[in-house]
Design a protein around this ligand. Structure first.
Ligand code: TRP
Length: 350
């Protein structure tokens, strides 16, 4: 049997280049190995835990994010894209799991702790938000996921998920839930893209994103607005590579082929950096180069997105089919879980 991979996103806005570098690219690579059965969960219930009063933001993002997936190369013939809120097991399992988790354990979850601080929930913390690690455990365990690709910030979630799995298996004397493993970057810097402000990681709330759905003009404008080196005023001036936002992007996106295609006077990034450091290389050359490289990535996405937007019923079918499949898939584990607890009454009565 193929190993199972489950990944998830909160639908609370469209996806940006940071998502692409940090997770989407990796998902596409995993998908293309054909070695795994893979699910991508659109965690709308989780997004509602801090958007209950603004559900349209969430429901609209379900479609936006699906368009993002499809346009960047997630292939629905290889991966099931599933909507959390339509899967009964993801409501029922948390009810059973919540009895096995203490309030103090939840309070210690570092991911939730830091989110509570960020969101100013000191006196208005919704119960649903507080308990979302239990719901996320259900997401993972209901699919019997072996591997969960997540950022380092999500590692405490995986740890708590394993605790819940262990506790359930032990308490009800079954071997039902698989212990999931995180598939994470080696370190915090890997796969992390700075925003166009160069200061922080790319994030919607910081308004420093290049979105996968940005137009060519938007991409251009955003790259042109990036800081380079404030002391690099005249072209002849020597420039600094370190801390230069454009170079931070080039480090991630420029390949040797990018030079032969777009900047054939240089063989590679080292040569470009050398020239910049020495002086005589203008920022506009760098920025135009970066725009071309980003366009190589984003332009094909734009084309695919336009196709799916024109044929939105295809998108609806992909979500419906993926979710239907997931409902059946997770119902098996749900039924076994109920049986383990002994609450499968009607099964025994006929
Ligand atoms: N908590 C994840 C995030 O904020 C989203 C998510 C929900 C998830 N359910 C999941 C991730 C299950 C991995 C597995 O990005």
């Amino acid at each position: 049997m193929k190993k199972i991979i489950l990944t998830g996103d909160r639908p609370s806005g469209k996806l940006h280049l940071g998502h692409y570098v940090g997770s989407l690219k990796n998902r596409i690579a995993l998908q293309n190995t054909n070695e795994y059965e893979m699910f991508i969960l659109i965690a709308d219930l989780q997004a509602l835990t801090d958007n209950a009063y603004n559900p349209v933001k969430v429901t609209k993002s379900v479609i936006d994010i699906t368009l993002d997936y499809l346009s960047c190369g997630i292939d629905p013939s290889k991966v099931s894209i599933v909507i959390q809120s339509q899967i009964p097991a993801l409501y029922e399992l948390p009810m059973l799991f919540s009895n096995l988790v203490t309030v103090s354990r939840l309070k210690r979850n570092p991911t939730v702790k830091s989110e509570i601080n960020q969101k100013d929930f000191a006196t208005s913390l919704p119960v649903g938000f507080f308990t979302y690690p239990i719901s996320q455990a259900a997401d993972i365990l209901a699919f019997g996921a072996h591997l969960v690709p997540v950022g380092l910030d999500q590692l405490p979630m995986l740890e708590q998920t394993r605790e819940i799995a262990q506790s359930f298996n032990k308490t009800y004397n079954v071997d039902l839930f698989t212990m999931p493993k995180a598939l994470s970057p080696e370190n915090d810097a890997e796969g992390r893209l700075v925003g166009i402000d160069g200061k922080n990681k790319m994030s919607k709330s910081l308004n420093n994103c290049i979105y996968l759905s940005d137009s060519k003009e938007e991409v251009k404008k955003k790259v042109m607005s990036m800081y380079t080196d404030e002391n690099h005023i005249k072209i002849e001036d020597p420039g600094k590579v370190e801390g230069n936002v454009v170079f931070q992007y080039l480090d991630i996106f420029a390949k040797d082929e990018s030079f032969s295609t777009h900047l054939p006077n240089y063989n590679n990034l080292d040569e470009l950096k050398e020239h910049y450091t020495k002086g005589g290389l203008g920022d506009v050359v760098l920025k135009k180069f970066l725009i071309n490289i980003l366009e190589d990535i984003i332009a094909p996405m734009r084309e695919k997105r336009a196709y799916y937007e024109e044929n939105i019923e295809l998108v609806h079918n992909i979500l419906k089919n993926g979710t239907d499949y997931a409902v059946n898939y997770t119902n098996k584990i749900l039924n076994d879980a109920k049986k383990a607890v002994g609450i499968n009454y009607f099964e025994n009565w006929n």
